[in-house]
Design a protein around this ligand. Structure first.
Ligand SMILES: C[S@@+](CC[C@H](N)C(=O)[O-])C[C@H]1O[C@@H](n2cnc3c(N)ncnc32)[C@H](O)[C@@H]1O
Length: 234
């Protein structure tokens, strides 16, 4: 197994695997070969598309396992913010066989929009599971919500990280989560050796809204690395 560490990114890359999660400082991942700084180009999604590197998660291995766990048995799962599709794959693997996974991302960050390698990599990553059905919604979350009607079992909020945008996502989508359903915020808490800070939008929103007792309809059910998970009371 060949492992490549992309300096300054926190990513350890196993070139023979489909995706790589974020490793925290001090975490060992076997035979790691440091790539030189001039290999920063490897981060471009075209490299994943060409098979030069795996798809990059923006979450840890423990968070990945948690996504899969919270998706278990869920029939309507929504993800806001897909990137290269690794968290979406975890959700797909976990959700009910007859479930539907709605993936919302405008994929507007592509440097070559006509080719949009981020989107292509995401599609291939999510195709790594054949579980349930996948509906791609190539829109900003604030546009995707227009006309939305379905009750949601699980929503993962990991799109625009500005505090106001996280709040807007919550106002737009939170009401669709059914009683007993779950919402996961990513990058929403500070943790040991982690990358988040008190200035992160999701951290500020979650602290202000859920930790203040304002959200009486919701119970905090898990806090893991940057994940903040709440369940809607029945
Ligand atoms: C942090 S990344 C998602 C990482 C991914 N969930 C993972 O764990 O690997 C954020 C993604 O959100 C998308 N995004 C930004 N603003 C958005 C919005 N308003 N609605 C939906 N997606 C958005 C970006 O295009 C980007 O792909």
């Amino acid at each position: 197994m060949k492992l490549v560490r992309l300096q300054g990114t926190g990513f350890d890359l196993e070139t023979s695997v489909k995706y790589a999660v974020v490793s925290l400082p001090g975490e060992s991942s076997g035979a790691v070969q440091d790539a030189s700084k001039d290999k920063a180009w490897l981060r471009h999604s075209v490299c994943a598309f060409l098979g030069l590197r795996p798809a990059l998660a923006q979450h840890t291995a423990a968070e990945h396992t948690a996504f899969r766990k919270w998706a278990e048995g869920c029939k309507c799962v929504v993800e806001i913010g897909v990137a290269e599709g690794v968290s979406a794959l975890a959700l797909r693997e976990g959700m009910a066989e007859d479930g539907t996974l709605y993936l919302i991302d405008p994929f507007h960050l592509s440097r070559i929009p006509a080719l949009n390698f981020i989107k292509r990599v995401a599609q291939r990553t999510v195709d790594g599971s054949s579980h349930g059905k996948v509906v791609w919604i190539e829109k900003f979350s604030q546009d995707a919500v227009r006309g939305w009607k379905e009750s949601i079992d699980l929503i993962l909020i990991d799109g625009d990280h500005a505090e106001a945008a996280v709040e807007q996502d919550w106002k737009d989508w939170g009401g669709f989560v059914k009683p007993g359903g779950t919402a996961i915020f990513h990058d929403a808490r500070i943790f040991d050796r982690g990358w988040t800070s008190p200035n992160y939008g999701p951290v500020k929103f979650v602290d202000r809204f859920f930790r203040s007792g304002e959200a009486s309809e919701w119970t905090i059910v898990e806090e893991l690395h940057s994940l903040f998970v709440v369940r809607r009371n029945k």
